[in-house]
Write a protein that binds this ligand. Sequence first.
Ligand code: ZN
Length: 251
Amino acid sequence: MTELAYLADPPAAYVRAFRARITALPPGAVVLDRTFFYPTGGGQANDRGTLGLPGAEAAEVVDVTKSGASVVHRVRGSTSVLRALSVGAEVEGVLDWDRRYRHMRLHTGQHLLSARIFARTRLRTRKAMMSVTSANLDLEGTLPPDVVPLLAEDLAEALTHPRPVTLRHIPRAEWDRNPYAERSGLVPLPVQVDPVRVVEIEASDVCPCGGTHLRSTGEIGRVRLRPPVPAVGGDRIGFSLEEPSLPTPPG
Ligand SMILES: [Zn+2]
């Protein structure tokens, strides 16, 4: 079992390097007792980076996936680097921060855009996909064209008037009788999820989510909204980051 250390609290999403212990070595891969590498899921792509004995040459982490209760880090490296890894050894993981921070900006931007679409049209998001520098949202219906410029203004306003993004873990029973049943996402919450990890953008959105998010909407940066296009079951609307690489403000 791997502890998903990036989930714990908002600062955990900003951890770029960590120590952990190897618990298993499947062919070409490493399983750790805890990890800050995000495994592909929930529309967010996996992290990349390096993994190796402290102070020694490191293997490259090329893919990260979940397998049951474990996180599998697929690694690539020279024979000597891979042979140095043994069960029980302490290793240092270093995230490709540029890639991860982009994913955090896209993911938080997606929450905000889904919330603003819901607030303005009552249309909910069926599915969200984020990769490289852009995000796509599949909606449950057709977006009225006159709403699109207003959504662009909403995203710009989140930069000029940043809103804090916070995290709470609440018991499932409390979530099920909560006042947030009307939410912007249509993806059902699996029955076994308890407690529920709730991500809140102040005065904008409340959403159960297991991804990595920013501390503030101000960090999303400038985005370019694309016009909606028809997709299965409704429109698809997307946005891209105008500045793919942005410095991370100190926490
Ligand atoms: Zn999320």
